[in-house]
Design a protein around this ligand. Structure first.
Ligand SMILES: [Zn+2]
Length: 57
């Protein structure tokens, strides 16, 4: 065990919209596994981007 305890040993993820890392927050305590965006704004932007990108499969 490391003697030095890190100040921020919270889990973190990479936002799938802006590709920036973001740290765990209390408001995500119940659904951290489902959180993919750093912010509400990124979530909205990602949805918009998806709508604009039509896939012709
Ligand atoms: Zn983001």
């Amino acid at each position: 065990m490391p003697k030095h305890k890190k100040k921020s040993d919270l889990p973190s993820k990479i936002c799938i919209q802006c590709d920036r890392p973001f740290a765990w927050r209390k408001k995500w305590a119940n659904n951290w596994a489902e959180v993919n965006y750093c912010s509400e704004r990124c979530r909205n932007d990602y949805k918009k981007r998806k709508q604009n990108t039509k896939q012709d499969d």
